[in-house]
Design a protein around this ligand. Sequence first.
Ligand SMILES: [Zn+2]
Ligand SMILES: [Zn+2]
Length: 350
Amino acid sequence: MKALVYLGPRDIRYKDYPDAILGGPDEALVKVAKTAICGSDLHIYHGEYPTPDTGFIVGHEFIGEVLEVGSNVRGFKPGDRVLSSASIGCPDCPECLKGRVGRCHKGPFSCYGQGSMMGALQGVQTELVSVPAANTTLRHIPPDISDDQAILLVDNLPTAYLGAKNADIRPGFSVVVIGLGPVGLLCAECAFILGAARVFAIDLVQERLAYAASLGAIPIKGDNIQEQILSANYGVPVDSVIDTVCNEFSLKLSFRLARKEGTVSEIGVSFTNSFNFPLAHVQSKSLAFRIALTSVQEEWPELIPLVQGGRIKSENVITHHMGLSEGAEAYRMTVAREAGVMKIVMDPSK
Ligand SMILES: [Zn+2]
Ligand SMILES: [Zn+2]
């Protein structure tokens, strides 16, 4: 099969790779129909992972068609159109059966395409994937959900939704979203769904600010961010901040922007184990600080109806469709934020 393989920093190539085969009784072999590049794939691309692995297939976002199922897999059969969660638990513990793979009794959840980290699974930017714990990882795609809508349900939209829920947003609240990649833009959309009255959206890229404005958010850029938001928010700090960037600058900005007894929700991915946490400042404001990785499955019961009902138009963050054979170029364009690129979906048949 063909696959996008990580060979070293800024070197992801379209190459031949041994075909994936059904890995065991709990797995399902799925033919990839669409696969997407996620912001967290870019950490691998840039060589930021704390492991020296190379030669693995990248990517963790895909939808496809079931080809074969193991003997323990129930409810899926060859020909089914499915999406696969990027967070993978076990096939049968009580928490995973409820979708709460983050609380799996058997260990931390795994994720495709992270080298030797997070379960050492191969990635999904390829033609065939053997899906672990298929009973709890796969979901049938309802017929009224498009491919573009479905691929956002495997990671980005559930992550954004959790980021917004963790920000304790209540009707009438003012909210800041820092970083307007696809997850940040979806955070703004989810904040409105949860009742935010005003959403301030911070980024440096003009097209992303314009997209946020099209959602009804108030675009913010420049040096005097805190002053701009204060003056647009009737002179008071915001109730909730969602940070999608997860570095020292964005976190400290988050703590400054939130009101006393407000909430800061961190949903970006970090590989740093220590951080100069402004403890006295956060304590003096009695801030709530939450940080999480998403149990994707847990968010589906609320998100799938919101997408079906047209309340969330997540698919609009997808700006480009390309062939998997153009994968190296797709990564380059995503990193360069070229020509309005926000999210690229790739087709392995091309
Ligand atoms: Zn992702
Ligand atoms: Zn489990």
